[in-house]
Design a protein around this ligand. Structure first.
Ligand SMILES: *Cc1c(COP(=O)(O)O)cnc(C)c1O
Length: 348
């Protein structure tokens, strides 16, 4: 078969959620399921997280929430980071979503379009990405608090760096804006959970750690990506491989052409840097990664494999990301839709 296979371990995702819930201490762990569960497939992954115990889910924008509601059915809360955007009222109400309102304009829009329907508030505490500014909150807070927001939240810009001074500054700002109000609060994503109890508040929002990525170093690996060998050829020293002739055989070489490329999220920046694996033996990428294929040097392998793995126990998402000059989040969310997705380890 020429199709590459992405195997997703739902049991590992469930165990990662439980581990992060444990690390969240007294706080309740939610689950961030935006971007189709970081590219791994919300229809299967979101129910596995619910079965593990998650009750509050977070998406980036409202239409994603519709897919999560379909996957989960009624019951779990689904929060929307982008808040209440113009034109979203129908799907917010229809899918029973909770927008995290980001500005005075969104507060006004929500009150006008969906009076009495649940909402939360997102604060900007220094990241300058999403959220109500402190001065605007001062002006609006007494009215909003009286309406009973479900959650007050903010997001840390530097949580993957525990020593960064911005963490404490954002924590202080979040407390200034939310202390004494008696409302549920959330500040920590995966990195924030690892910063310790003062960052946990009532609800944590792990994302990448559920899917096996840094900074949750104790995460269990979730994905394996096996690429089919389409063709193998022996070339003499001095011949080149791939577009632009960027790789030249230093000696007589055996080259395998694998059936996945940058259209599948195996980005061109992996050229000359990434490795694929035959069990515990690495094989370097030879030549430029193309749209649908890439060459690898298998001269040193004793046998002729049918597949080689680019994500596996020997090389996780962060290791591959580092080779390509990016982060595990980007490797996962870029994984294309040509893979056959096999789910193991469920139901959990
Ligand atoms: C993506 C996101 C998260 C999850 O972050 P991870 O680093 O993946 O754990 C939490 N909160 C907000 C606001 C986000 O945008």
């Amino acid at each position: 078969m020429a199709q590459a296979i992405l195997t997703i371990d739902l049991g590992a995702i469930a165990r990662n959620w439980r581990a992060l819930a444990g690390l969240s201490g007294a706080a309740e762990a939610g689950a961030v399921v935006k971007a189709d569960c970081y590219g791994l497939g919300a229809a299967r992954v979101a129910p596995a997280l619910a079965a593990a115990g998650a009750r509050r889910f977070f998406v980036a924008e409202a239409s994603e929430g519709v897919a999560i509601r379909q996957a989960l059915g009624t019951g779990p809360e689904i929060y929307v980071f982008a808040g209440h955007m113009a034109g979203d009222a129908e799907i917010i109400a229809g899918a029973d979503l909770i927008p995290l309102l980001n500005s005075p304009e969104q507060v006004a829009r929500h009150r006008a379009a969906l009076p009495g329907r649940p909402f939360g508030i997102q604060f900007d505490t220094g990241m300058n990405r999403l959220g109500i500014e402190e001065a605007d909150w001062r002006a609006l807070s007494s009215d909003i608090v009286a309406e009973g927001p479900r959650l007050l939240m903010s997001h840390l810009a530097c949580a993957d760096d525990p020593g960064h001074a911005t963490n404490a500054a954002q924590l202080a700002a979040f407390r200034r804006m939310s202390d004494g109000l008696g409302l549920p609060r959330s500040l920590a994503a995966t990195g924030g959970i690892l910063l310790g109890a003062e960052y946990h508040f009532d609800i944590t929002r792990p994302g990448i750690g559920l899917y096996g990525g840094a900074p949750f170093d104790n995460a269990e690996a979730v994905v394996r990506l096996s690429l089919p060998v389409i063709q193998i050829r022996n070339i003499p020293a001095g011949e080149t491989v791939g577009y632009g002739n960027s790789w030249t055989a230093p000696a007589p070489s055996r080259i395998a052409t694998l059936g996945a490329g940058y259209a599948d999220g195996l980005i061109r920046a992996m050229t000359g840097k990434a490795r694929v694996w035959h069990g515990t033996t690495p094989c370097p990428v030879a030549g430029r990664v193309s749209m649908d294929s890439m060459g690898v040097d298998i001269t040193h392998l004793p046998d002729t494999p049918d597949t080689l793995d680019i994500l596996c126990p020997a090389q996780g998402v962060d290791a591959l990301a580092t080779m390509a000059g990016t982060i595990g989040y980007e490797i996962l969310t870029a994984l294309g839709n040509r893979y056959r997705r096999d789910y193991t380890g469920g139901p959990v």
